[in-house]
Design a protein around this ligand. Sequence first.
Ligand SMILES: *[C@@H]1O[C@H](CO)[C@@H](O)[C@H](O)[C@H]1NC(C)=O
Ligand SMILES: *[C@@H]1O[C@H](CO)[C@@H](O)[C@H](O)[C@H]1NC(C)=O
Ligand SMILES: *[C@@H]1O[C@H](CO)[C@@H](O)[C@H](O)[C@H]1NC(C)=O
Ligand SMILES: *[C@@H]1O[C@H](CO)[C@@H](O)[C@H](O)[C@H]1NC(C)=O
Ligand SMILES: *[C@@H]1O[C@H](CO)[C@@H](O)[C@H](O)[C@H]1NC(C)=O
Length: 457
Amino acid sequence: MHRKLPFILLISLICAGTACTKVDVNFGGEFVDNSLSQIIKTDTIAPVLSTVYLDSFPTSAKGVTLVGGYTDPIFGRIDTKTYLEVAPPSTSAPYTNATFDSLSIIFKINHTYYGDTTKPVHIDVYQLSDYITPPITSSSLYNIDQFPVSNFLGGRDILISPTKVYPYPGILPTDTFTIRLSDALGKTLLKKLQTPGDPDMISAATFLQYFKGLRISSNAATNLVLGCKDSVIMRLSYQKADLYPVHLNADFVLSNSSHHFTNISVNRTGTPLATLPLKKVILSTAPGADSAAYTQAAAGAMTKITFPTLRSVLQAQNFVSIVKAVLIVRPVKGTYDNGFYLPSQLNLATTDLYNQPGGALSAPSAVGGVSSSFGTLYLDYLGENTGYTYDISSYIKAIVNDPSPDHINNNGLLLVPPSPAFETQFSRIVVGNSFNAYPYNKIELQVYYAAVTQTVP
Ligand SMILES: *[C@@H]1O[C@H](CO)[C@@H](O)[C@H](O)[C@H]1NC(C)=O
Ligand SMILES: *[C@@H]1O[C@H](CO)[C@@H](O)[C@H](O)[C@H]1NC(C)=O
Ligand SMILES: *[C@@H]1O[C@H](CO)[C@@H](O)[C@H](O)[C@H]1NC(C)=O
Ligand SMILES: *[C@@H]1O[C@H](CO)[C@@H](O)[C@H](O)[C@H]1NC(C)=O
Ligand SMILES: *[C@@H]1O[C@H](CO)[C@@H](O)[C@H](O)[C@H]1NC(C)=O
């Protein structure tokens, strides 16, 4: 009922100049049609797409250890390097008479991955030669940060299926995988644990001064990025002679999660996004090769959507007000498959002049409240209905109702996954623009507006 009043008011205002009859229009339901008003749907307001560059974003404390790299024909070669710090085990454990078995690092997979799971992923572990320190202006570490390494501690190839890890033939799949590290380091660490009051082992802080940290990286032959939990463990295994040998572990666990981050480097040579870091914005206005915009947030590419011609709806005949606006984002057919898959959720984030991502738009929820609006993927590999749908009524109404050209809303919207998928996953989308030759590839804005259909002479 509350919708009724303003509409009647508008009609009376419009009617004030002309000699039309004031009629009480029931506007409680959205799609009411009577002799005086109707709801008209238009899809002729073309959203404008561009791809904008995000040169740096925090990757620390996201709870995910990324390992590996892969080559994407559209987005380029992506390589990840995870940096982290570990804390020493308690020295109160009885290490006397212990003999060294092995030193290894243990990863627990988190079941997110991107790339080719039929080939092994190569993983290398290095010791850092410098402290992980955030930039002076920030307490976070970024995708572009890096720190020098000294000792190579170990590496191996490992075959990983999307949900399971095969340590080696004949062993059942598990959720964890292990890389053997340097015996020399292992023996040194055990010696230190056995030495009462060894200054390096007194606390996490003194150990950090001695050990610095670890870097997990991959090689150019690898074609898979794997998401693991951040709870990486460096395990020192040793045994003690008793009546029979006892096998024991001393675990060096992740210490400061604020210093756990991933360096993500992207080589875009030979891809449609080759000039992105230089140009910062690539406008998508032409049919053909440029008929799309691109989102892969963790690799610094975000689709930006603006509505420069939106206010033309005000000129529509007998326009009264916007009732509803729906945005449908569609991936270009053939740019995605089971390997290069689409993000399961994409937000419409507000942004500023510098294309920094802000908060996500919220949408009316089914129960009448407001929920944060993920466009959840509707997937249709065979047909042509794949896409993400958003109710952006309040956003569109705000732009239409604000006459100032520099209204904040004119900065547009960024199509990005919600964090932490934003920083830790490589699923990506090629978004068809308004000029795309195929309707099932096109982005579409559907605007429903109320119009007065007749004036009485
Ligand atoms: C360590 O080993 C020596 C000789 O093997 C033995 O005499 C000693 O009791 C052991 N110490 C502990 C704490 O087990
Ligand atoms: C963890 O890192 C943050 C950011 O650099 C720092 O402020 C904090 O003191 C560190 N915590 C510890 C226990 O070292
Ligand atoms: C870290 O990322 C930056 C920018 O992406 C890149 O130039 C640099 O080589 C990377 N460092 C390492 C060690 O990969
Ligand atoms: C980027 O890729 C191109 C082509 O694959 C290669 O020639 C070039 O050396 C690579 N650049 C870097 C910095 O690795
Ligand atoms: C795996 O990591 C993603 C972020 O990339 C996170 O959203 C998800 O909850 C994690 N899953 C598990 C099982 O830890």
